[in-house]
Ligand binder design. Sequence first.
Ligand code: PLP
Length: 475
Amino acid sequence: MRYISTRGGAEPRSFSDILLEGLAPDGGLYLPEEYPHLTPEMLGQWRTVLAEQGYPGLAYEVLRLFIDDIPAEDLRAICDRTYTAEVYGKDEIVSLTPLGDEMLLEGLSHGPTLAFKDMAMQLLGALFEYELGRRGQELNVLGATSGDTGSAAEYAMRGRAGIRVFMLSPKGRMSDFQRAQMYTLDDENIHNIVVEGVFDDCQDLVKAVSADADFKRDAHIGSVNSINWARLVAQVVYYVAGYLRATTSNDEQVSFAVPTGNFGNICAGHIARQMGLPIKHLVLATNENNVLEEFFRTGVYRPRSSEETVKTSSPSMDISKASNFERFVFDLVGRDPERVLDLFAAKLVRLGQFDLSDDPVFAQCSEWYGFQTDQSSHVDRLRTIREVWEDRGIVIDPHTADAVCVGRRLQEPGVPMVVLETAQPVKFAETIREALGRDPEVPEAYAHLAGLEQHTVELPVDVAALKAYIAGNIG
Ligand SMILES: *Cc1c(COP(=O)(O)O)cnc(C)c1O
């Protein structure tokens, strides 16, 4: 299988070649030349695989359709090592819990950082280690985080050969839990750099270092951001697992409700549906930062400025633009790279937005691609957390509450709605207290983190100081 750029200006590449890259050289995003086609017979076989070999077996079956340049036995071993009960706390890896009539909660947050990003990041860590070893190369992952992505990356890369992580975080801006989770790691290859500034300062530092092409090459700087193709393909697996667990035959339809920020999670759902997984609707739920809700409702895509991006109680969805959205638009406009260029490289840059409301393709978002959308407010999320607790005795986090709330509004009789749970409530204690008047339970394995020593280095907002720190800690 070859991968092409949404902007048409890159040579087709193999999986292993794009694995260690972010954007394609032409500024586009990589996608397979063609999605693999899933027949009802294959789905039946996968049902057996999931029953007999569990999640790692299913992951192997799905991934091998997209990855043909890693030998089968190696890929199988990577899946077996990645999706273990030891890492995810349970044999099933993901859980499925009834939430009401025809509504199910698919638990994706049993990984080491208690959020769904572990599902993809853990696989990425294993694939990176494998590929770097095969090439005799090393990689220094440089990133900025306001909390969740940074810890998922560190827990995925810790202790791995050939990889170091330099993760910038803003001083005093993360929750106690997030700090305890990240800063207590004492692996030699993990560097927590606390910046005396805000998140935007951290991100600007990463951009400045990456913009120095010589330094970037010499210091083997790379990233693990949400546009990495391997992260998306890893997420396709839990749509298949959720479908198989929610159904008994291979032609039933289900819908998925997805709390959405950068369009990574739901883009994997789109890919699963394009492959032929019987998904009726992909319900895209946003919070007050409704860039994507607005597009799917009106046809206008208008990324926001940072002043326009509000701080909400579901902070991992507080985005100003949706970095994976270009992949869906590529499919929507009939995989025409000229149109993607016009929309993303011309209109968006010149006008700050593009408008497909008068274009016949816009209607296909719902009619052909099955998207539905709505947004939740803070009050909606608090009410939903309270209702789910009172009805079911389950505490859900505010991101998941967003999807439960919107999923309920858009549910249709006869079609099960699988809501993707993206984080554990303990990560968002303040909102849980506001909703339920008490603290979320701290999982036992995490209670001890509070007492452990934290390992950080503090740096000013200074590109030269950051480069010097990296240079002094590699090679
Ligand atoms: C990252 C994240 C999301 C949003 O996922 P995208 O792939 O960016 O759309 C939702 N909930 C939680 C808890 C997250 O960490």
